[in-house]
Design a protein around this ligand. Structure first.
Ligand code: RIB
Ligand code: CA
Length: 317
């Protein structure tokens, strides 16, 4: 008997690696994607929302898409054009949106989906946690209908946007603090693992050779995304966001440690840091499954295989 599909909400700031995470989620057939919600981060909320609509059109994700909040709960917006370009998803041409935006804002759509679902819902968050925090604050009663939150964010030993903070957490530390205190089961794909989840140019070529439209676009996204990381000395493209999906599909691919993680919201130099208590004594109650390492070859194979799932699908671009 086929396994029941997992009800899923995809929340992100596409973003090249968000787009590839969504490509993986849709391809896996293990999820019923109930909603897609945008958040500001890699680009403005208008741009990440437009990108979300175009990605859903390309991939054939048949779910409502809602615009998220325009900036962090207590933060001014900032973006990352150096990484993702002015559009937030520079590189390949993409289809025009085939669907209208939901009239609901992201936290409202999340709440509706979770409330209406007979099964507990999983949230994959690959941007700032603003929408998720707003959801949990406005509807604390819905926590019991959330199975888990698998998020890309943080780094237990270093940051990337500052020495202490990873981008997604830094965009909205207060939101991250709400989520990490929520008591909901968390999978945290931080830089500790995502900087090891590298796809190399030869992997890009394997994906391109798959030969369908989504594979072609995915290879172009990887080419563009690697352009920035190559300047930093990376030997491949660190696929941050797809880790948050891959761990739901193949946890055995990862080394996972349970830690109690707190979010620094006040530090002059450390705002946005994810501080794990690694001391080994009874008083420490873990609140997150922290991904620390990955079988890179298996991870790369998973992305290549996902691209093959789009055989025969072509949309007008
Ligand atoms: O630090 C990496 C994260 O920031 C990824 O989610 C990337 O898409 C950006 O949002
Ligand atoms: Ca992202």
């Amino acid at each position: 008997m086929d396994k029941k599909k997992i009800p899923l909400i995809l929340d992100g700031d596409p973003g090249h690696d968000d787009a590839i995470a969504w490509m993986l989620a849709k391809a896996s057939q293990r999820f019923e994607i109930k909603a897609v919600t945008s958040v500001s981060g890699n680009q403005t909320i208008e741009k990440t929302t437009y990108n979300a609509l175009r990605i859903c059109t390309l991939l054939g994700i048949d779910a409502p898409v809602a615009m998220g909040l325009p900036h962090g709960l207590l933060s001014e917006p900032f973006d990352a054009p150096s990484v993702h370009g002015q559009s937030g998803l520079d590189g390949p041409r993409l289809p025009m949106p085939a669907m209208e935006l939901s009239p609901l804002r992201a936290p409202q759509l999340m709440a509706k989906v979770i409330c209406d679902s007979e099964e507990k819902v999983t949230i994959v968050s690959t941007g700032a946690l603003t929408n998720v925090a707003a959801l949990l604050t406005a509807h604390p009663e819905l926590k019991e209908n959330i199975e888990r939150i698998s998020l890309m964010g943080g780094g237990l030993t270093h940051g990337n946007w500052t020495p202490a903070a990873e981008f997604n957490i830094l965009v909205d530390p207060e939101a991250a603090d709400i989520v990490f205190r929520s008591g909901i089961e968390l999978y945290m794909a931080g830089l500790d693992v995502t900087e090891k989840a590298l796809l190399y140019p030869e992997d890009f070529q394997r994906i391109r050779a798959v030969g369908n439209q989504v594979a072609e676009v995915t290879a172009d996204w990887l080419d563009f995304f690697y352009r920035f990381h190559r300047t930093l000395g990376y030997s491949g493209a660190p696929l941050h966001d797809p880790c948050a999906v891959a761990v739901l599909l193949h946890p055995e691919m990862f080394t996972i440690k349970d830690y109690h993680v707190e979010i620094e919201t006040a530090g002059e130099y450390s705002r946005g840091a994810t501080v794990a208590d690694m001391r080994d004594f009874d008083g420490v109650i873990p609140n997150a499954h922290c991904l620390m390492d990955v079988d890179r070859d298996s991870f790369a194979e998973l992305i290549v295989e996902a691209a093959k799932a789009y055989e025969g699908r072509t949309v007008e671009i």
